[in-house]
Ligand binder design. Sequence first.
Ligand code: APR
Length: 250
Amino acid sequence: MDHSRHINRAAEILKSSSHTVAFTGAGISVESGIPPFRGENGLWSRYDPTVLDIHYFLKHPAHSWQVIKEIFYDFFGKARPNPAHFVLAEMERRNLLQSIITQNIDHLHQQAGSRRVIEFHGTSHTLRCMRCNRQFLVEQINLDELPPSCSSCGGLLKPDFVFFGEPIPEPARSDSFNEAAQAEVMLVIGSTGEIMPASMLPSMAGEKGATIIEVNVEPSNFSNSITDLFLQGKAAGILKELAQNLALSL
Ligand code: APR
């Protein structure tokens, strides 16, 4: 099928679905200026992922925080949603999308207006004291003094995203698996599908009979296994084409 027929087919499938779930990865935020973790210009080709291992963080909080600040706050904190995020928010308003499960911690889906967003890997938007568990908005914390400490008890503050070696938080984990089980269609956008248990979600949806529509610039681990319809291209462009076919006004 040629590209425009793929887009039309995807729009037909989305229009006839009664429960559509989007599963998003770093690729949806690349056009907001946030590099992916893997592939061209990937963060893991420039930074050692060990700094995001929970044991390393506890042993070397100052160094870990220095890299975390550089990656997730100095630069990405200023990122803004791109058309792909806005189209998903409009689809939700038009009842064409019931939920988003995101692996991303950049809060861009919420900034674009999406309401039902499940953050499978948590968020960089808030920090938590590892001693008294008090939560802070990142804007409330001075990140020029690292590692940041709790103003209530002096404990070490940690971003509220999932470090390697940490469990997926509840209720995000259960909510995500429930949504994946109910999905009639799953729109998989911008993920390599390399990370477990997140990558189990599209696989489980597919096994339960959901139609998997994938948007990516290149094939992923999902493409030749569970994907039913592969829309090759950048997320912003593809979602804008889908929006036109769905007669969404952005
Ligand atoms: N539009 C669509 N897809 C894109 C674009 C784009 N403009 N640019 C890149 N991609 C695709 C890449 O082809 C790749 O498949 O986005 C994907 C990015 O892959 P990863 O960086 O591995 O992102 P993700 O799958 O979300 O990683 C999962 O790994 O490090 C952990 O916790 C981190 O949530 C992250 C998890």
